[in-house]
Design a protein. Structure first.
Ligand code: WTA
Length: 568
């Protein structure tokens, strides 16, 4: 029997107060995610239960109980307070998947500050624009990443504290830098968490759009309500589970379901801070007897490619439940997982902006491989017409995914960008920007994005960001960046480049351009291919028509280009 029980039964009389009751939260009172994920679990008598099993490179391992999480996040909180940091200050977490990232995240929340996790592979520019946009006061990082911070610190006047969690005391510290050793720092006495309320900001996650700089998605402490209940009913966690979420907390899955969901339920989770390989992953599952595994389609397709033989070399019988998020999960991957693991990966659909799972195949429900399933109870979901924005009644007709606003984990705004936030709502619906259709049984099927954002291996890449980086190179006159098909990553980044006069369109130049933009972008956003072109297709007013280039890459009908000629 799964936690959700009967899906239809849950739809009747659903109310988010179910989660409030289970969490012991009464409206109007303080609600602090940091406290909920550690102190409360200890108060429930689980102080000695393992919260985190961590493994890094070369077999190093660390383990923490819920009491360790409580104490160490208090230390983080006390240290940040000693620097004068206070509620609503932005504190960036810029670390690999080390324990300090997970525990520091809770520490930041405990003092009421806003946690801004950023993917540690970001290059200087990607880091800088996000810190700049949020006017972040402090950054918590590791020795290995501090050089990136040093290269941007001069142009970051708001950044007052650079906190290094693993400094060995050998190299001298520079301006604004300081060390904080979580294990050695003295436990604060009488640490009090800041009494954040439901609507107090908690997390700022940056996401890419088609135009403009990345947007800071603002979440609040009340998001816990959705994150807790979706974790319970979709990820179906049980008291003795060993949970593994493969996502990095630099992205929303890694926080909503890699920290908040499991720990607010008091569940043991494992983290592997080692690069991907099928062998490594299976070994990890076998060694820690992982029971619930939340991963992503690209990883699953990579495992498929590694073949069935390597699966058979490992005892993976601990696996009880599997789920996936981030990009379309193709039917083959679902069927394959059922064949080799004896369990299908259940697809879940949501976004940084939604904060929690919106559409999903529920445990115990009939699974349709390739489909995203149905709406979580309490979520009103539809597919609306692209012109009238009214729900489409016709079965199988493609339109825009739409949600009625109002669930607890919904973003509250884009940081300093209320205009773009408002543009996401039409006719009373929140439009996530994806296309889908609904079948006869009410299941949602993903069709594609409704904008030019590229989803490569589950990571959203803004063509605008890549084009801007390219344009900064002296040889590049114009550029257009689109997705090109890829067997494993589904989509990869491809750049069309028009050169300035006097430059030779050759491999040498391609290499130079690649090296130039590598310093600016995250490795995930790097083009896999540059194609030199003499002209780029444009609208009458001079806007580059990425859609035309996209259609060509995908061998799709270009259709009526007269409409494409018009600006939209
Ligand atoms: C896409 C990740 C198809 C979609 C949690 C969405 C998906 C964007 C699925 C959000 C899925 C996410 N099937 N596409 N199951 N899940 N997407 O903000 O385009 O990094 O809008 O959040 O990924 O990506 P984000």
């Amino acid at each position: 029997m799964s936690n959700i029980g009967s899906y239809e039964g849950r739809l009747k009389n659903f109310d988010w107060s179910i989660a409030e009751k289970e969490l012991g939260y009464n409206k109007g009172e303080a609600i602090n995610i940091g406290w909920y994920c550690s102190d409360r679990i200890c108060e429930m008598g689980k102080a000695g239960k393992t919260a985190l099993i961590w493994e890094g490179l070369g077999g190093v391992a660390r383990q923490y109980t819920f009491d360790d999480i409580r104490v160490n996040s208090n230390k983080f909180g006390a240290f940040l307070r000693s620097l004068g940091l206070k509620n609503e200050d932005r504190v960036c977490l810029f670390m690999d998947k080390i324990p300090e990232l997970y525990i520091g995240f809770l520490g930041v929340l405990k003092i009421g500050a806003i946690a801004q996790p950023l993917f540690s592979a970001f290059g200087d520019e990607s880091l800088h624009v996000r810190l700049d946009n949020a006017e972040t006061t402090a950054i918590i990082t590791q020795r290995k990443h501090v050089s990136k911070v040093r290269r941007i610190i001069e142009k970051s006047p708001y950044l007052k504290h650079v906190i290094i969690v693993d400094h060995d005391g050998k190299k001298p510290l520079k301006d604004r830098e300081m060390t904080f050793n979580m294990e050695e720092y003295e436990e604060p006495k009488d640490f009090e968490f800041f009494p954040t309320k439901a609507e107090t900001p908690s997390v700022l996650h940056y996401t890419s759009g088609t135009t403009g700089q990345p947007k800071g998605v603002k979440h609040v402490h009340y998001s816990l309500i959705s994150q807790y209940l979706t974790t319970k009913w979709v990820l179906d966690l049980l008291e003795d589970d060993i949970y593994w979420c493969t996502a990095d907390p630099g992205w929303v899955t890694g926080t909503s379901y890699g920290i908040i969901g499991p720990w607010s339920m008091g569940i043991t989770q494992c983290v592997m801070d080692v690069g991907f390989s099928a062998e490594n992953w299976y070994k990890f599952i076998e060694k820690h007897k992982v029971t619930m595994w939340y991963s992503a389609p690209t990883a699953i397709r990579s495992l498929m490619k590694a073949g069935d033989e390597v699966v058979k070399k490992h005892n993976l019988s601990s696996l009880r439940h599997l789920a996936s998020v981030g990009e379309p999960l193709n039917a083959e991957a679902v069927i394959w997982s059922e064949k080799v693991f004896g369990k299908p990966f259940l697809d879940t659909y949501w976004q940084t902006e939604t904060g929690s799972i919106m559409l999903t195949n529920f445990p115990g429900m009939k699974i349709k491989p390739g489909s995203m399933g149905k709406a979580f109870p309490g979520i009103t979901a539809a597919v609306v017409d692209t012109k009238t924005f009214k729900p489409i009644q016709e079965v199988g007709k493609i339109g825009l995914i739409a949600f009625k606003p109002g669930w607890p984990a919904m973003m509250r705004t884009y940081w300093n960008n209320e205009t773009t936030y408002k543009s996401k709502f039409t006719n009373g619906w929140y439009l996530p920007g994806d296309r889908a259709y609904i079948d006869l049984d009410g299941y949602f099927w993903f069709v594609g994005r409704d904008d030019d954002v590229i989803n490569t291996g589950g990571h959203l890449v803004s063509p605008f960001e890549v084009e801007s980086a390219l344009l900064e190179h002296e040889a590049v006159a114009e550029s257009a960046v689109v997705a090109k098909p890829d067997e494993v990553n589904m989509e990869v980044v491809k750049a069309f480049v028009m050169l300035n006069a006097g430059y030779e369109a050759d491999d040498m130049l391609e290499l130079k351009i690649m090296n130039f933009i590598r310093k600016k972008l995250s490795p995930l956003a790097m083009p896999q291919e540059i194609e030199y072109v003499k002209t780029l297709p444009k609208t009458r007013s001079g806007k580059i028509m990425r859609r035309l280039l996209h259609a060509k890459e995908w061998g799709e009908e270009i259709g009526d280009t007269s409409t494409l000629e018009d600006d939209e």
